[in-house]
Design a protein around this ligand. Structure first.
Ligand code: FRU
Length: 486
């Protein structure tokens, strides 16, 4: 039977497992018309533990079908994060008949030799393969395939590097703030190519790296390489070139670029094996290790972000990743939207629609030196506040009065990062997705994105536009109610 997905705070169009704990997305791969989503999962409960790979598939990145647990933990190893590749030429030799194409999962085995000492662990890289399009998996008997005899060494992202006709594995040494590159011809034997880092943000441990090519807007056929990685408790990216051995960073050393400036976007990685011409797709975990295990949801805990298409834009010498929620989300727009055009607002005004499962698009001119924005999930005293301060050019998402937050004192105090929005003709464009307990705000074509969890009461569903210290002019504001995918 189809699970109901009707519990308080349950996202209606973000992926969440029916029950139990999830963290990172894993093994994102497109194959035979299916987008696979594996994810860190606890088959036994609602907090982190017994880490295994669970599995869902989708034809459109929006509607998901859950499949049986793909790679369970065993007596020796927990199954940590990693990736999946399509081994078209059977380089691994796992195929058992001619023409069979193995899918190969590359993941970190987290090994605790003595269960009474969980902190004395080891991590190395393992593989498993599937000969039935990802349905069932066999752990390779020759594991590990890469072992540095280190405690912390994890999160392999493997992809095929066509110019060099070889597999590349990107991993992290979390405490050293180093991304490592290894190369292989058969996915079983790996040799060290180079290291990148420390660089950029080194405040937290590094996790979940990814390296991919991203198309450049306005330059048909041109790509740049983007190195993504997570640092507890946020993410960063570097733009440059990859020559098959070394990543050449072109991001200035005093610049930190973030795919998301909100508190709840982590462990984001991209799809392998997308068809030619398909923009890269990034998916992250919409939670934060600071309070992840305490969020007030049950019987599941945690969800994925919306899948996002990626492009790069160049202004002068600055590269910016532009993220757009995937187009197929538009199929969830139910009925005619409610629209405002050419409206001037001082103070605040209710929008003539309500809801906690909505998409909102607006283009507006803020008052000079004013503070304007939108309150969502709004009631008398409560709301999540998206505000733009024209004087400092900062976009802020404030969830401090947006519903339940007593489960963790860091969540209660948290007001998400303010960011500078590069404005064209002082016009601000916002594309906003509210899905019960997840808010994603995309500003100016996704040059800035903020993802934020909030836990509003069911009755908090108002939409209010406001402008303090002067009038704002709304060119247009459009709100759709979105259908549930569950
Ligand atoms: C990131 C992470 C990874 C690790 C996994 C374990 O959130 O800590 O580094 O592989 O989660 O669940």
């Amino acid at each position: 039977t189809k699970p109901a997905y009707k519990e308080p705070y349950r996202p209606q169009y973000h992926f969440s497992p029916h029950h139990n704990w999830t963290n990172d997305p894993n093994g994102l791969v497109y194959y035979k018309g299916e987008y696979h989503l594996f994810y860190q999962y606890n088959p036994m409960g609602n907090t982190w533990g017994h880490m295994s790979w669970a599995h869902a598939i989708s034809k459109d990145l929006v509607h998901w079908q859950s499949l049986p647990l793909a790679i369970p933990e065993d007596e020796k190893n927990m199954i940590f994060s990693g990736s999946c590749v399509v081994d078209k030429n059977n380089s691994s030799g796992f195929a058992q008949k001619p023409g069979q194409i193995p899918l190969v999962a590359v993941y970190t085995a987290h090994i605790i030799p003595d269960k009474s000492k969980p902190d004395d662990y080891l991590q190395n890289q393992h593989i498993a393969y599937s000969l039935d399009d990802g349905r069932t998996w066999t752990k390779y008997s020759g594991n590990p395939v890469l072992d540095l005899h280190k405690k912390d060494f994890r999160d392999p992202k493997v992809f095929w590097y066509e110019p060099g006709k070889k597999w590349i594995m990107v991993t992290v040494l979390p405490n050293e703030h180093i991304v490592q590159f290894h190369g292989s011809a058969d996915l079983k034997t790996w040799s060290h190519l180079s290291d990148f880092g420390p660089a950029g943000d080194t405040n937290g441990i590094w996790e979940c790296p990814d390296l991919l090519q991203v198309p450049v807007i306005g330059q048909a056929g041109k790509n740049k390489w983007v190195l993504l990685n997570s640092q507890q408790f946020t993410m960063q990216y570097f733009v440059g070139e990859f020559d098959g051995t070394v990543f050449h960073n072109e991001t200035p050393s005093d610049t930190v670029l973030r795919p998301d400036y909100g508190p709840d976007f982590y462990a984001g990685i991209t799809y392998n094996n997308l068809p030619f011409g398909h923009d890269p797709v990034l998916l992250g975990w919409a939670n934060n290790w600071k309070y992840a295990q305490n969020i007030p949801t049950s019987p599941w805990r945690s969800a994925m972000s919306l899948p996002r298409s990626l492009r790069l834009k160049k202004d002068g010498n600055t590269w910016t990743l532009l993220q757009q929620p995937v187009k197929s989300l538009q199929t969830l727009r139910g009925g005619a939207p409610i629209v405002w055009t050419n409206k001037t607002i001082t103070g605040s005004q209710d929008f003539p629609a309500k809801g906690q499962v909505i998409e909102l698009e607006t283009a507006l001119f803020p008052a000079k030196d004013g503070v304007c924005g939108i309150r969502l999930a709004a009631g008398k005293e409560q709301a999540i506040i998206i505000s733009y301060d024209a004087a400092s050019q900062k976009l802020t998402v404030d969830r401090s009065k947006a519903g339940s937050n007593s489960f963790d004192n860091q969540f209660a105090n948290f007001s998400s990062a303010a960011v500078r929005v590069p404005l064209q003709n002082t016009k601000l464009r916002l594309h906003v997705f509210l899905d019960k307990s997840i808010l994603e705000v995309y500003a100016n074509d996704g040059a800035v994105v903020l993802t934020t969890q909030l836990f509003p009461d069911a009755g908090l569903d108002g939409i209010v536009f406001f402008s303090e210290k002067g009038a704002m002019r709304i060119l247009s504001a459009t709100v759709w109610t979105l259908r549930s995918v569950w």
